[in-house]
Every structure is written in structure tokens, then in C-alpha cells.
Design a protein around this ligand. Structure first.
Ligand code: S3P
Length: 428
């Protein structure tokens, strides 16, 4: 796998187009495949993970025609998918595997889902339990905890579940299974997680009610084809925003970025830290808010992050560790135990690698503590084959004195294949 060498950047300038949101792209591909009619998806994510979803849907019989970021899906309704002749490969994508479990639980055929070594280590019982509890038949390795997973489609009546931890993947899997249920469908989420599934179901004509923590589906469970415009991925934009704030003399504008409030925890934290990322041209497209984001470099102070904010910035936490190394004071992240079961143990990975660059960071069980500011120095770091660790370390490397090498950095393609190209362009 490819390593990348990076050194300090002195100033960033320009306009940036961020590729389509990964979470929303997965959902659009799945919902359009079971909709009635022709859906057009514009700005579909270039992430390898989203290609995994398209491949799986194609293998399930969906009529998908894609050209770059333009995807056309000829949907023939909820019952149009068919039994694949072989195992479906979800690659590195937890969202593909978990959402597909929901979508496939109520079909009249069987499916086997697998993935790469990292995905085969990640907990799938969080999906299997709620679905099986509601009548699904799903089996996995190690007492139904790990993939490969075998799903024998069954008929579902009522589907009810109260989430023990905030997880949009679990919530979405249950709601997608609910499309095939004949009875009531209700999910209770104690802490609000990203709501792209609810928004997209509504956009496609399936009624979704929210009453406090309770989400329920209306009687019409057949989605209708739509034109989707996928916003730029805020979780990819995050790395560029952070660089724009920390590299002195920078000024960047990122265009058409998704600013769904269940995803913008990083922007709230940055405001708390003294930065002022500006949102311009805010609008709602295909039921998702988007805006242009303008950033100028600013001095930062430490922040305390925990509680209900965590799901709104879960994927940005490794980057927040890097930002904290440049902020004045002690930054504390807590309530983020979920970080340990992402594509890698992100608490252990970011702490061990940032230390190599001179950061003062200590792991806690459910987060980390960073003392700042500390000057970073170049080092040879591991990516743990985790895209967000590779990009967070790349941001650190752009701030560090001397050259850094990030090992196995090509994993950035999992969510943001254009990352290094964009970095080079705005640093020029
Ligand atoms: C995702 C939800 C989050 C996030 C992941 C994508 C989604 O996971 O970390 O990258 O698209 O629903 P959880 O909902 O399991 O926390």
C-alpha cells in the first residue's frame, strides 16, 4: 500500500468543491433501488464505501446506470430485489453492511454479507439483536456477533426498538426493515443521531413522524423515485476546514457542503474554540440543508466535548485531537466509547500516532485529553488502514516542522479519494 510524505504548509487559499456526502449517498442508492420510478442522483459520493453499496445493490438486481458522480436508478418497487447468486461484499463499509441487514431482513430470499478484515472484526450484534427481536432471521460468526452474516428473509409484522446507544446505522437499519413490516414501526433514540434516513424517507413520500425521542413510520411504506442532489460531505470538508483555521494566513471557501444540524457538531466546537466558520447561501435541497462555508485562520482555545454533542461529530473526533494540539489549554473529549469500534480503535490510534509528532495527548477509556498548544514535528506514522486516521494525521503533518510519512495513506479513498489532490491545489 502507498505511503505519503507531507511537510509543513504555509498558507491555504481558494475555493473548494467537496465530493458528495457518504452517508447520504448510501441511503440514496438503497432507497432509489426499492422506489417506484426513475431516480437521478447527482454528486454521488466518490468514496470506495459508496461504490460497495452500488455493487451490492446491483447484485441484488437493481437497475443502476452510473457515470462518475451521476447515478440513475430504475426502481421497480420494494419487492423488486432478488436473491444474489453469491456472497455480497460490503468492503470496508459498516454503513453498507448494517443498513443492508435492515433492507434485507424482510425480503423473500436469503443473502450472505461479508466485508474486509476490519469490517469482519466490527460488532454486528447491535444490528442483529434488534432485527431478530422483531422476527428477522440473521446469523453471524461468534455467537451472531461478527460477519459474514447470513440473512434469511422473513415476514415482519410490528417492528419496535429502543436504542441503547446513539447510532444512526442501527436506527436506519430498523427503519429500513420497517419498510417491509405489516404492523407498526417505531424506533426510540435516547440521543439524537444523524437523521438522513428519516429526511430521505420523507422526501420519497414515506411518512416519518418524530415525537420527542420516538420515530415512527406511516402506513405507506413504498418510496417514490426522486431527483437527489447529494450535498458535499461535511465529514470530508472537516479536514480542509481545520487546515484553513490552523495554517496562518489562510482563507478558504468550501461550496455546497451539507450542514444538517445532526452533523455539524464540529462547527459548534470550533465556535466554542474561538473560530468563526461562516455559513453562506444556506438552503434546503432534497430535504437536506446545505451551505457554503468560509474559513479564515484564527487562534484557538481548548474545549470540553461530551454528551449529546458526540453523535454530531463522532467521525470528526480524531481530527479534533489534532486541532486540540494547537489550541490554548486542556481539551477533554468524553462519552465517545463508540470511537473504539470504528474502522480502527480511533482513540488508541490517534493518541499513539500524535504522540510520535510531539503532541501531549492521553487516552481515557471513552475519549482523550490534549494539552495545547504544542509544536508538532515530522514523524513516521501508521494509518491503521483507517481513512479518517490517515487524514487527521495528514492535517497534523501539514502543521508539523519537518517531513512526515503516513503509512498506507491510500485508505483515504474509503471516504475521500480526492483529499490529497485538493490539499495540493489549495496549498499551491
Ligand atoms: C454513519 C453513522 C455513524 C458514523 C458512520 C456513518 C451513517 O455510525 O460513524 O461513519 O451513515 O449512518 P453510527 O451511527 O454507528 O455511530
Amino acid at each position: 500500500m502507498a505511503d505519503i510524505s507531507l511537510s509543513q504548509i504555509t498558507r491555504l487559499r481558494g475555493d473548494v468543491i467537496i465530493p458528495g456526502d457518504k452517508s447520504i449517498s448510501h441511503r440514496a442508492a438503497m432507497l432509489a433501488s426499492v422506489s417506484e420510478g426513475i431516480s437521478h442522483i447527482r454528486n454521488y459520493s466518490s468514496a470506495i464505501d459508496c461504490q460497495s453499496t452500488l455493487n451490492c445493490m446491483q447484485r441484488l438486481g437493481a437497475d443502476i446506470r452510473s457515470r462518475g458522480s451521476e447515478v440513475e436508478i430504475h426502481g421497480k418497487g420494494r419487492w423488486s430485489l432478488s436473491e444474489p447468486g453469491n456472497v455480497l461484499d460490503c468492503g470496508n463499509s459498516g454503513t453498507t453492511m448494517r443498513l443492508l441487514c435492515g433492507l434485507l431482513a424482510g425480503q423473500n430470499f436469503a443473502t450472505v454479507l461479508t466485508g474486509d478484515a476490519s469490517l469482519r472484526r466490527r460488532p454486528m450484534d447491535r444490528i442483529i439483536k434488534p432485527l431478530v427481536q422483531n422476527g428477522a432471521e440473521i446469523y453471524g460468526r461468534q455467537a451472531n456477533r461478527l460477519a459474514p452474516l447470513f440473512i434469511r428473509g422473513t415476514s415482519l409484522s410490528d417492528v419496535n426498538y429502543e436504542l441503547p446507544v446513539a447510532s444512526s446505522q442501527v436506527k436506519s437499519a430498523v427503519l429500513l426493515a420497517g419498510l417491509y413490516a405489516t404492523g407498526n414501526v417505531q424506533v426510540i433514540e435516547p440521543v439524537r443521531s444523524r437523521d438522513h434516513t428519516e429526511r430521505m424517507l420523507t422526501f420519497c413520500g414515506v411518512e416519518v413522524q418524530r415525537d420527542g425521542a420516538v420515530i415512527s413510520l406511516g402506513k405507506n411504506r413504498q418510496p417514490t423515485a426522486r431527483d437527489f442532489q447529494i450535498p458535499g460531505d461535511i465529514s470530508s470538508a472537516a479536514f480542509i476546514i481545520a487546515l484553513g483555521l490552523m495554517v496562518p494566513g489562510s482563507r478558504l471557501t468550501l461550496h455546497d457542503v451539507g450542514v444538517n444540524p445532526t452533523r455539524t457538531g464540529l462547527l459548534s466546537v470550533l465556535r466554542q474554540m474561538g473560530a468563526a466558520p461562516e455559513l453562506l447561501n444556506e438552503r434546503l435541497v432534497a430535504n437536506e440543508p446545505l451551505a457554503d462555508i468560509r474559513v479564515t485562520s484564527a487562534p484557538l482555545k481548548a474545549a470540553e466535548i461530551g454528551g449529546s454533542l458526540i453523535p454530531k461529530l463522532i467521525d470528526e473526533l480524531p481530527l479534533i485531537a489534532v486541532i486540540a494540539t494547537q489550541a490554548q489549554g486542556q481539551t477533554i473529549v468524553r462519552d465517545a466509547l463508540e470511537l473504539r469500534i470504528k474502522e480502527s480503535d480511533r482513540i488508541a490510534a490517534i493518541a499513539s500516532e500524535l504522540k510520535k509528532m510531539g503532541a501531549e495527548i492521553e487516552e481515557t477509556e471513552d475519549g482523550f485529553v490534549v494539552e495545547g498548544p504544542t509544536p508538532l514535528h515530522g514523524a513516521v506514522c501508521r494509518s491503521y488502514d483507517d481513512h479518517r486516521i490517515a487524514m487527521a494525521l495528514s492535517v497534523a503533518a501539514c502543521l508539523a516542522d519537518g517531513e512526515s510519512v503516513i503509512r498506507d495513506a491510500d485508505c483515504v479513498g474509503i471516504s475521500f479519494p480526492e483529499f490529497f489532490k485538493i490539499l495540493k491545489k489549495i496549498a499551491a
